[in-house]
Design a binder for this molecule. Structure first.
Ligand SMILES: [Zn+2]
Ligand SMILES: [Zn+2]
Ligand SMILES: [Zn+2]
Length: 256
């Protein structure tokens, strides 16, 4: 399977509006971060995890031609505000597009987007989404998507593990720690992708140091940092990371 980092930024994106810090002013390509999202594909299916407000431009940059399913980790705006644009794929593909998430997140999405599940008159375009309760492992093509709860402020939020016969990826774009159950689901992953918001601690996210500690605990041979804010500078911090850990950047593609 292949994975592309569509976006690797914190909720403000980088550069952040109105910010005068060196990273925001510098506009180095590897520091330009849209809202966090990944696409995954094998030779049969194409999947996107989270669709934030940058989704349309991310899909154009990645030349995404098809989406078979969308997974949503939680209801924060930086993970769901691109859902309207996903309907373009359902329209092209001629069928309702499955959106997998936790039940309370789906309720929130139904409030935000009441029109996306309403049937139209026969013969008119049907750009519909289909909300699917993500309780069990979801197999798609050669990949299987499993979720587990992670702490992230006071709202429900999940991380995920994606498995194929060739390898596995852990993806947790937002959390403030990895509980026992998360660690046990993530056991033995080949690639781990974890959030690192900034240098200073934050109540609902991991700092860079905390993220590195959790990555050591998970022990994947290869790890990537994502959901990073402008206090983190690729050209300052990437070289100082432990062996096997790298900062992701928008457009980076990996194969597992
Ligand atoms: Zn976020
Ligand atoms: Zn900044
Ligand atoms: Zn969040």
């Amino acid at each position: 399977m292949k994975l592309r980092f569509l976006g690797t930024g914190w909720s403000h994106g980088v550069p952040a509006l109105g910010c005068d810090c060196p990273v925001c002013r510098g506009r180095q390509p590897k520091n330009m971060r849209t809202r966090s999202s990944v696409s995954l594909w094998d030779d049969q299916v194409s999947v996107v995890v989270d669709v934030g407000p940058d989704f349309r431009m991310q899909a154009l940059a990645a030349a995404l031609k098809r989406i078979d399913a969308v997974f949503i980790t939680h209801q924060h705006a930086d993970h769901v505000m691109g859902l309207d644009d996903v309907r373009r794929f359902s329209w092209m593909q001629g069928e309702a597009l499955p959106i997998w998430s936790e039940a309370s997140v789906l309720d929130r999405l139904a409030e935000l987007y009441p029109y996306v599940t309403q049937k139209r008159k026969p013969g008119t375009a049907v750009p519909l989404l289909k909300f699917c309760d993500w309780q069990h492992a979801v197999p798609l093509g050669s990949m299987t998507f499993r979720s587990f709860p992670v702490p992230h402020g006071n709202i429900p939020c999940v991380g995920m593990r994606i498995d194929t016969l060739q390898g596995s990826i852990g993806y947790v774009p937002d959390c403030s720690g990895l509980p026992e159950q998360a660690l046990s689901v993530l056991e033995g992953v080949d690639v781990m992708i974890l959030n690192a918001l900034r240098i200073e601690p934050h109540p609902s996210h991991l700092s860079l140091m905390q993220s590195l500690e959790w990555l050591e605990e998970v022990g994947a041979p290869q790890s990537y940092l994502t959901h990073m804010g402008c206090p983190i500078d690729y050209h300052v911090h990437n070289d100082s990371l432990p062996a096997g850990v790298e900062m992701a950047w928008d457009g980076l593609e990996i194969e597992v």
